[in-house]
Structure formats: C-alpha cells, structure tokens
Write a protein that binds this ligand. Structure first.
Ligand SMILES: N[C@@H](CCC(=O)N[C@@H](CS)C(=O)NCC(=O)O)C(=O)O
Length: 221
C-alpha cells in the first residue's frame, strides 16, 4: 500500500506526518500543493488545509494527529504510542501542536515571509492575508518588527524540552508521537533551508538531527 501526502513544503504539521511515514516505513508520494492553487487538494480531501493523506483504499485523512492515529491503526509497528505511555504521548503532542506551535510560529515569521516571497509576491501576499485575517491587521509586520522578543519567547517555550533531552534521547524515553510533533514544530526554524534553532539549545539540536536522520524504521534505544 502506498499513500499520497498533500503538503506545503514549509508546514510543520506536514513535517511531522512525513517523519511518521518514514519511521513506519510506509511507501508514499509527496504532492507539493501550490499555495494559490488547491483544486487537487480540495477534491481529494474536501478542504484546503494540509496535511492531507490519501490512501490506496480511497480513504483521505486530514489533520496531522488524526493521520498519525490512523496510521498507527493500519501499521501498528513500529509503534508511535509505546505501551504505558500512550496517554502521555497524546497529551504532550497536543501541547506541542498547539501551545508551543503558537510561539514558534511567531518566531519563524520573518523566515516564512521570505520563503513565500521566494515563491512569488502573489503567494507571499496570500500567505500574509491568511495570517492577518486570523491574528489581526498588521500581525505579520508586527512579528517581523518584534522578532527578537518572539525568539526569546520561543527559547522559553523550548526550555523544558531542552532540559529533558539532556537526560534521554527522546522526550518520554522511547520515541513516539510527541517526538514527531516536536520535530515538526522545530521545522519552523529550518524553513530558510538553514538550521536556525537557537544555538544555546544544544540538546534540542541533537534531538532534531536524531529524528531528521530517520528515513525508515530505526533501531530504538
Ligand atoms: N491541526 C492541524 C493544523 C494544520 C495547519 O495549520 N495547516 C496549515 C499549514 S501549516 C494550513 O494548511 N493552513 C492553511 C493556509 O495557510 O492557507 C494539523 O495538525 O494538521
């Protein structure tokens, strides 16, 4: 069985799903969705957000956590919900995908704006429009002007993970869903094509590299 992943290249939630597909060794095709042309995504998934995953069976799933949980049902091994830690992985992944994501997303806005600008002024304009509609007029420019403060907030949000990752290779011991969520959100710092995770977060750097290297089911410690 193979799968088709609809993604935007710079999306953290898509990075999370891509790595879970790699970890589980699931054959998949990446469909890069143009920010301004979403017809194929819409007809496959009935909506215009990514990630969306279409399976050979005809089933299409949207939302990174729903996708992760469905893949876990279909391909239980290697697991992303280690026995005894399922609830903790789900709760921590939810925190990372929402609270941590909101902070890291703000810190990544200058790089994200540049990323979409490189794809064309019209794509950047659309990307800005979607953000300003959601967060208020002038939001993108304000985040660019206050970048240093956003970066400091991102470091604060990541500090508990930096501390834990000094003790063990993955957040809760064995690799699982929460690790893929954190990896995805760290991709906010790599959208420029360079790794801009703040240097002082050494354990997080090592964690990012550890997960980034996964290209099929790895040996877990
Ligand atoms: N809760 C969703 C969030 C997905 C999400 O926010 N996707 C963004 C890209 S990162 C999107 O498609 N936004 C629509 C847009 O920018 O027009 C998930 O976990 O998949």
């Amino acid at each position: 069985m193979s799968a088709r992943l609809y993604q935007f290249g710079g999306s953290p939630y898509c990075a999370k799903v891509r790595k879970i597909l790699d970890f589980k060794g699931i054959d998949h095709e990446i469909i890069e969705v143009d920010y301004l042309e979403r017809k194929e995504l819409l007809s496959a998934s009935g909506q215009i957000s990514v990630p969306a995953l279409s399976l050979d069976s005809g089933e299409t799933i949207v939302d990174s956590t729903r996708i992760a949980l469905r893949l876990e049902e279909l391909y239980p091994e290697p697991t992303i919900l280690p026995p005894g830690w399922r609830g903790m992985h789900r709760a921590l992944a939810d925190h990372i995908d929402n609270a941590v994501a909101e902070v890291l997303f703000r810190a990544a806005i200058p790089d994200k704006a540049a990323f979409y600008r490189a794809e064309g002024r019209d794509r950047e304009a659309m990307w800005r429009l979607v953000r300003n509609r959601r967060y208020g007029d002038g939001f993108v420019d304000e985040m660019i002007a206050r970048h240093e403060a956003q970066l400091a907030r991102a470091c604060d949000a990541l500090a508990p993970f930096e501390e834990e990752l000094g003790e063990r290779p993955f957040l809760l011991g064995r690799i699982g869903l929460a690790d893929f969520s954190l990896y995805g959100q760290l991709c906010h710092f790599t959208v420029s094509g360079h790794n801009r995770i703040p240097e002082q977060l050494r354990n997080i750097h090592a964690f990012y590299d550890r997960i980034d290297r996964i290209s099929s089911a790895p040996e877990t410690p």
